[in-house]
Design a protein around this ligand. Structure first.
Ligand code: PLP
Length: 396
């Protein structure tokens, strides 16, 4: 979350004073409809028919999206080896098995490896737009359609960014956003949104996210029977914050992109430092600049130079599959008989998370330095950053 202020406070205050904090309520009685209005506004922003705000974060949005796609035991879902662990654990949350695929030089899912990994049990793929950098959606969608594989975009780190002129989240069968504190905008520290154009995905996700929906007004329009699943309902305070934050989004993106462009323009012409390829530099959110090196030693020397303040990709903690310890050790749920790795229907599925399963991903991560940007940097701060980066590059 980059920006927040009096506007959020004013809108929260209205909700507090209304004393109607639950997402459903009667507008005639003064209910502010913050969640419902946010959902309409977000669907319009992203360019989808439906949006569902929820309290369980991007993780819940992914879980609900997978449920909406009908994913469950007996299914494999392809996820990139470089992503926050939740992309893979969401698959396990619906009883299916995540299968790892490589990222390519853009640091997003490698379409060629995705296709290579498609087997008879693969029902879905989750391309992840890591660090506001879009995945190669055209190639991924072409392959997915050819093989009858559903696409759930993990746009948790790419909130509002675009690929080829259309916002991410709207390309796949469904898309998930995170509104947690560390993301581009937030709904109050935690939160997530699922978007889709597909009525049946929306309905299943809606019921899944609120097992008590039987008595909500929206339930009247559902064509499926209510089933019991989880409780990820958003509340009106979240809705109010999310509505204000949405109005800040395009301004934040414009500033991030401007700064990124300035930095990248100034970083050309170095023999040993390159800007990492990007599937759509125009649509990229601009939260970081990714630098590519010939080897890890050069990457570390650059990263350690004064004022660079970046990190080498391989050090990105639980974003690197080798660090997904509970998953790699197959410690899922609180009882063995609830652990998808031991489900009868999952016998024989690929569950290989060994250290060397995605070596190209590890190689790219060792040779990439990410430098994070901030939309509120002054010209002076941008200039100082560029000076530090150029000095670091010249010293290699
Ligand atoms: C790529 C990615 N996917 C999923 C998530 C999960 O989002 P949340 O923390 O809001 O549940 C995150 C959050 O960090 C993420 O970065």
């Amino acid at each position: 979350m980059y920006r927040a202020g009096q506007e959020e406070i004013d809108e929260i205050a209205k909700v507090i004073h209304s004393k109607m904090w639950f997402r459903s309520g009667d507008p005639a009685a003064g209910h502010l409809q913050e969640v419902v209005r946010f959902e309409q506004e977000w669907a319009e922003t992203i360019g989808t028919k439906y949006a569902l705000l929820m309290s369980g974060g991007g993780t819940a949005a992914l879980v609900c999206g997978l449920a909406g796609l009908g994913i469950g035991p007996g299914d494999e879902v392809i996820v990139p080896a470089y992503t926050w662990m939740a992309t893979a654990t969401a698959v396990l949350a619906v009883g299916a098995i995540p299968v790892l695929a490589e990222v390519d030089e853009t640091m997003a899912l490698d379409p060629a490896d995705f296709e290579r990994k498609i087997g008879p049990a693969v029902k879905a793929v989750i391309p992840v737009h890591m660090l506001g950098r879009p995945a190669n959606l055209k190639a991924i969608l072409r392959i997915a359609r050819k093989h009858g594989v559903k696409v759930l975009e993990d746009s948790c780190q790419m909130v509002g960014g675009a690929y080829k002129g259309r916002r991410t989240g709207s390309w796949g069968d469904a898309g998930a956003f995170s509104f947690n504190y560390f993301k581009i905008i937030s709904s109050g520290g935690e939160g997530g949104v699922l978007v889709t154009n597909d009525r049946s995905i929306f309905e299943t996700a809606f019921v899944f996210h609120d097992s008590g929906s039987a008595f909500r007004p929206q339930a009247g329009s559902l064509s499926i029977p209510i089933f019991v699943a989880q409780q990820y309902r958003a509340d009106e305070v979240m809705g109010a914050i999310a509505r204000v934050q949405r109005t800040r989004l395009d301004g934040i993106l414009a500033d991030l992109r401007r700064i990124r462009k300035t930095v990248e323009t100034e970083m050309t012409g170095f023999r040993k430092v390159r800007i990492a390829p990007n599937n759509d530099p125009e649509g990229d959110c601009g939260v970081c600049v990714a630098f590519r090196f010939r080897n890890e030693a050069d990457a570390r020397a650059f990263k350690n130079s004064p004022g660079v303040e970046g990190y080498v990709g391989i050090d990105h903690g639980k974003h690197v599959y080798t660090q997904w310890t509970p998953l790699r050790e197959k410690r899922i749920m609180h009882r063995k008989d609830m652990n998808p790795f031991y489900f009868r229907k999952n016998r024989g599925l690929r569950a290989d998370y060994s250290e060397d399963v995605c070596p190209r991903t590890l190689d790219f991560l060792r040779r990439t330095v990410f430098v994070m940007l901030h939309p509120d940097w002054t010209e002076d701060q941008v200039g100082k950053k560029i000076h530090a980066l150029r000095s670091a590059a010249a010293a290699i």
